[in-house]
Design a protein around this ligand. Structure first.
Ligand SMILES: [Zn+2]
Length: 341
């Protein structure tokens, strides 16, 4: 992986390079942006440049070939540690935080410095936030901390005020198309379609570049447009798809991607109800979407959006994947069940 392959991160990189070169580089940054916006990739590239054995870190370059670069990329470098909230916990608990802090105080193995990537930092509870403050105030020498989160507003002001912030916002469609091309999506029509669907989120675009994933979303979308729509069928379809995915975090990411696409579909149905053009869905679906929109009203659309946001929030904060989806399916089923006579 090289910076050139990471389209759309020039601004954030530029900010850090300017800070390093003017000796204003903070020891901790909050990297904030939606899931799939490339925060982890960015933090890993920065870690690689700090720990690279061949290149000077003042331009945040790294060779990508030395043992250190390879270890960072493989996640095995002793001085680049990633601390992810355990899957079974809803919050970043104090005991976990204490382990993290203890480890931060150990001397760097390679003598080049140390990088801690922590996520999701917006899952810190008050106790763990307060415990972490001391590390932010007096970090071990040569340490860089990357706090990854989807919404920095969820962090305590005392944490925010001790960090610099790098924002990761959705990219223009043309940039998403370039990323897809660089990653082997040769068909231009597919690139355009994926760029629209992913709404500027590179991680989601990459997920959709997998034909099986795209086909699955098309089936989900098609079910939404069927009449009568069944929330139970919809949740059964999603639950069926997670059986093939190993590991809670991967299942969670898969379902959250589907929910994001689902929201895009409903936002377009909402636009159609108001006589506007769809923004994310492909041309081929418009006719079916118009029919579906003809059966909808504002209230139903709002209730679907609410159920989707609740499910996504539950998933973000560690609820069991199947339970979150079932609850959403039940809520949709209630909304769309034909009236009993
Ligand atoms: Zn290197």
């Amino acid at each position: 992986m090289r910076w050139d392959d990471l389209a759309g991160m020039e601004t954030q990189r530029g900010q850090l390079v300017a800070a390093v070169q003017s000796n204003r580089m903070g020891h901790a940054h909050i990297l904030t942006g939606p899931a799939g916006s490339g925060k982890k990739l960015f933090a890993t590239m920065v870690a690689r440049s700090f720990l690279c054995e061949r290149e000077a870190s003042d331009t945040l370059s790294s060779c990508g070939e030395c043992p250190s670069c390879k270890q960072v990329e493989a996640g095995t470098h002793p001085d680049c540690q990633t601390w992810v909230k355990p899957e079974e916990d809803k919050e970043f608990k104090i005991d976990f935080m204490r382990q993290l802090i203890e480890s931060s105080q150990l001397k760097a193995a390679g003598g080049r410095g140390k990088v801690f990537i922590i996520e999701p930092a917006d899952a810190f509870n008050e106790e763990s936030s307060n415990c972490f403050l001391k590390t932010l105030e007096e970090p071990p020498p040569g340490m860089w901390i990357a706090l990854l989160c989807e919404n920095s507003e969820n962090l305590l002001p005392t944490i925010r005020s001790r960090c610099q912030t790098l924002r990761f916002t959705p990219l223009p469609a043309i940039q998403i198309e370039r990323i897809l091309e660089a990653n082997g999506v040769t068909d231009q029509v597919s690139r355009k379609e994926i760029a629209r669907l992913s709404e500027g989120i590179p991680g989601l675009a990459m997920t959709l570049s997998n034909p099986a994933q795209r086909k699955f979303w098309q089936e989900c979308g098609s079910l939404v447009l069927s009449y009568p729509f069944s929330g139970t069928d919809w949740s059964d379809m999603i639950k069926g798809s997670i059986e093939e995915i190993t590991g809670g975090p991967a299942q969670r990411a898969h379902v959250r991607s589907i929910l994001k696409l689902h929201m895009g579909m409903w936002a377009d149905l909402h636009r159609l109800v108001h006589g506007l053009e769809p923004r994310t869905q492909p041309e081929s679906l418009v006719e079916r979407m118009e029919k579906c929109a003809g059966r909808l009203d504002q209230r139903k659309i709002a209730s679907v959006a609410e159920a989707t946001m609740i499910a996504d929030d539950r998933l973000k904060w560690g609820a069991l994947v199947s339970l979150a989806i079932e609850a959403m399916g039940d809520s949709l089923e209630d909304q769309f069940r034909p009236a009993q006579t």
